[in-house]
Design a protein around this ligand. Sequence first.
Ligand SMILES: NC(=O)c1ccc[n+]([C@@H]2O[C@H](COP(=O)([O-])OP(=O)(O)OC[C@H]3O[C@@H](n4cnc5c(N)ncnc54)[C@H](O)[C@@H]3O)[C@@H](O)[C@H]2O)c1
Length: 268
Amino acid sequence: MKYFDLSGKIAIVTGVLGKLGPVWSGALLEAGAIVVGIDLPGATVSPAFAALQEQYTEKRLCLERGDISDRLQLITISDRLLAQKGTPSIIVNNAGIDQPPGPAITYHLEDIPLEICRQIFEVNILGAFQVIQIFGSPMVKAGKGSIINIGSLYASVSPDQRLYAHLNCEPPFLKPPAYGASKAALVNLTRYFATHWGPFGVRVNTLSPGGVLGGQDETFKQKFSDRVPLGRMAQFNDLLGPLVFLASDASAYVTGIDLKVDGGFTAW
Ligand SMILES: NC(=O)c1ccc[n+]([C@@H]2O[C@H](COP(=O)([O-])OP(=O)(O)OC[C@H]3O[C@@H](n4cnc5c(N)ncnc54)[C@H](O)[C@@H]3O)[C@@H](O)[C@H]2O)c1
């Protein structure tokens, strides 16, 4: 399966210490890539990331600390990377926030503070934009590369409020409106870069996961699964193949798409 081989390719994964960061990293490492993970200075190393560090050592997996909404921090990391390891071939633009960190307070839709929306846009769209600019430009110079922006099912559809009705909060829990809007913006930003950088051999695609099985309550899991044509939430393993496909030559003629890995959620 040489088309999927990533041996020796340098991959950047942002938000590497979260739930999905180690999943994307593990897939890239297994396919042969060298992974440079980026996460916030204060973020703790998760057990899943620590396990990858132990398995692959510093030679194949390293961690850089930086905030994707801080341009100077990204430039510093990029300069160090270019000097020490070389030009990246793959970017997984994964860092994102659903709600701003901190105690979750619920609001009526009319009362959601603009500041909450701003923080989500700041990371999910402006941060992702900077990551593409700063780490993607050397790819353009090199004439090759694959950028994968991590979207969401909520880039395509609005959250079904009935999934959250059992949570018993007052005001009721709302998935932040800026979340889906920021992911929809990312899908279109993907198309923008795909068309501009296609002539330079750099492909840019979105991978949009559906709801991934994690610490959700049983009622939510059941209600969500009932909404999915394949009848279940996504598991980590469901995400590996699609990511390696987009990162590798297996998708050499694919650019500008939103690959939905959602069990058919958005088909309904
Ligand atoms: N988990 C899901 O069910 C799901 C579904 C669809 C899409 N997604 C998307 O997948 C991506 C990863 O999701 P996750 O579940 O792993 O989220 P997560 O909250 O577990 O992890 C996000 C990571 O990003 C980091 N991060 C946040 N802001 C940052 C910044 N400014 N600079 C650098 N790093 C920053 C956090 O420290 C964290 O480690 C997100 O973009 C999310 O929107 C997740």
